[in-house]
Design a protein around this ligand. Structure first.
Ligand code: LLP
Length: 414
C-alpha cells in the first residue's frame, strides 16, 4: 500500500468495519429487543463510509451541515439520519428541516425554541429527541465526562422534565425519545446501566405526562484495545448483559422497554484503520533515547498530544532476524509531537515503512494542515481490492483558499 499510494497514508479495512457492525447486530439480535445502531460519523466520515453504513441498514449520527451534506451526497436515507450538536446554527437547523432529517437531537431549551419558531415559519414538522445529561459522575470511569452534571451537552437532568413538557404547546414537534451520551472509550457495561437507570426514571415521568416516547438512545462510547494489554468493551458479552439489566429497570418502573439505540463511532472504525509512514531520520542520543521521525505526526493523529493516547507500531518491511530496539516515534510538526513515547521495533532504518495500528477513529476526522502539511490520502481495502476513498491533498489544495487583498497585491520586497 505504501509503495502504491505513498505515505503518510491511512488504510481502512472494509471487511473489519462490516465485521464490527455485524458483531453489534448479532449482540442485539440475541436479545430479541427492538434496537437500532447509529454509526457516529464524527469518528470517520466520507462518501464511501456513508455507502458502507447505508448498505448495512443501520443509521447515521451527524453533527454538522458538513456531515449531513456528505450523507446526502452519498444517498444516505434521510429518515435514518440523527442530527446532534450542542450549538446547531439556524442555517443548520433549517437545512435539517428542509431535508427531513430523521431525528433532530435537541440539546438545549434555546434550540427547542428555535426549532419551534422555524417549523412554524416553514410550516413543517420534525421528529425530535432530547439529549439529557444524566449526571453520571466520573468515578465510574475516568473518561466519562460528557454526561456529568457540569457539561455543555444536553439538558441538565433536573430541568429536563420541565423543558420537555413545553413541547405540549409545540404541535409541529414530535418527541420520539430521550438520548444521553456519557463519554468515550468505556470498557464496561456498568456506566451505561447507571445512566439508563436515571434516563428510565425520567422516561417514566414523561410518559405519565403523556409525552409519547418510544426510544431510548444511550449514546456511543464502546472502548477498544489500543494496546494489546488494554481492556475493551466486549459487545457480544456486554450488550446482552446490559439489555437484560435495562429490561429489569423498565419492569421495575412499570414501563414497556423502549426501542434501544446505541451510537458507536470508535468501536466500528478504530481497529479497521492503520496509518503508514516512512521513516525519515533515526536520531540516537547516547544515554537518552532514539528518536525515529516519520513523515506524519500530530497533523494526522492529534490524539497522543490531546489525550495522551497510546498506540502500537510495527516496521512493515522488517526482517525477522533484525534486533528489537526501544525507540520513540515522533512526527515532523514544529512541536514535540511524539506519536509513541516508547515502543519496541525491529531496528528502524531510514526508508522503512512504519505502521501505527488502530488509527481508524478520530484520526482523519481530526487531522489538520498545521505547518501547511497536506492531509494524507485514505485507501479502502476490501478483500484483495483497494482504492482511494479520500485523495491526498495537493500543493494547490493548500493554497486554494488564500487571497491577497487589494492593498497588498502590488507589494514587493523592498
Ligand atoms: N454520540 C455522541 C452524541 C457523541 O458525542 C459521540 C462522541 C459518540 C456518539 C461516539 O462516541 P464513540 O463511540 O466514538 O466513543 N475525539 C475523541 C473522542 C470524542 C468523542 C466525541 N463524541 C477521541 O479521539 O478519543
Amino acid at each position: 500500500m505504501a509503495r502504491q499510494y505513498g505515505t503518510p497514508l491511512y488504510v481502512m479495512s472494509e471487511d473489519i468495519i462490516r465485521k464490527r457492525i455485524e458483531d453489534l447486530k448479532q449482540a442485539f439480535d440475541s436479545t430479541g429487543v427492538k434496537y437500532d445502531i447509529n454509526y457516529a460519523g464524527k469518528a470517520f466520515t466520507n462518501l464511501a463510509m456513508c455507502r458502507i453504513v447505508a448498505s448495512e441498514g443501520i443509521s447515521l449520527d451527524v453533527v454538522s451541515k458538513g456531515e449531513m451534506l456528505t450523507a446526502l451526497k452519498a444517498g444516505f436515507p434521510t429518515e435514518h439520519i440523527c442530527f446532534h450538536g450542542n450549538n446547531k446554527t439556524p442555517d443548520e437547523l433549517a437545512f435539517a428541516l428542509e431535508h427531513q432529517i430523521g431525528r433532530i437531537i435537541v440539546d438545549s431549551e434555546d434550540e427547542l425554541e428555535a426549532l419551534n419558531r422555524l417549523t412554524t415559519l416553514k410550516d413543517c414538522r420534525a421528529n425530535i429527541m432530547f439529549r439529557v445529561s444524566p449526571g453520571v459522575e466520573a468515578h465510574t470511569h475516568e473518561l466519562i465526562e460528557t454526561g456529568t452534571e457540569d457539561s455543555k451537552f444536553g439538558l441538565p437532568y433536573v430541568q429536563a422534565r420541565e423543558i420537555i413538557l413545553k413541547t405540549k404547546k409545540m404541535p409541529r414537534l414530535t418527541v420520539v425519545g430521550l438520548h444521553c451520551h456519557i463519554g468515550s472509550q468505556i470498557v464496561s457495561d456498568e456506566p451505561f446501566v447507571i445512566a439508563a437507570e436515571k434516563m428510565i426514571d425520567l422516561y417514566r415521568l414523561l410518559q405519565e405526562d403523556e409525552i409519547p416516547l418510544g426510544e431510548l438512545n444511550l449514546g456511543g462510547g464502546f472502548g477498544i484495545p489500543y494496546l494489546h494489554k488494554d481492556e475493551a468493551f466486549d459487545v457480544i458479552k456486554y450488550i446482552p448483559q446490559m439489555v437484560l439489566r435495562i429490561k429489569g429497570l423498565c419492569d421495575h418502573a412499570g414501563i414497556d422497554l423502549p426501542k434501544l439505540i446505541v451510537e458507536p463511532g470508535r468501536y466500528i472504525v478504530a481497529e479497521s484503520g492503520v496509518t503508514l509512514y516512512t521513516v525519515g531520520t533515526v536520531k540516537k542520543i547516547p544515554g537518552l533515547r532514539t528518536y525515529v521521525s516519520v513523515d506524519g505526526g500530530m497533523n494526522d493523529n492529534p490524539r497522543p498530544a490531546l489525550y495522551g493516547a497510546e498506540y502500537e507500531a510495527y516496521i512493515c518491511n522488517a526482517k525477522s532476524s533484525s534486533i528489537m530496539e526501544t525507540v520513540t516515534v515522533s512526527g515532523r510538526a514544529c512541536e514535540n509531537d511524539i506519536l509513541i513515547d516508547r515502543v519496541d521495533l525491529n531496528r528502524p532504518e531510514v526508508g522503512d515503512t512504519l505502521m501505527i495500528s488502530n488509527t481508524g477513529a478520530y484520526n482523519y476526522s481530526m487531522s489538520s494542515n498545521y505547518n501547511r502539511y497536506p492531509r494524507p490520502a485514505v485507501v479502502l481495502i476490501s478483500g484483495n481490492m483497494s482504492g482511494v476513498i479520500v485523495k491526498r491533498e495537493t500543493d494547490d489544495d493548500l493554497l486554494r483558499l488564500d487571497r491577497i487583498p487589494k492593498w497588498l497585491s502590488g507589494e514587493q520586497h523592498v
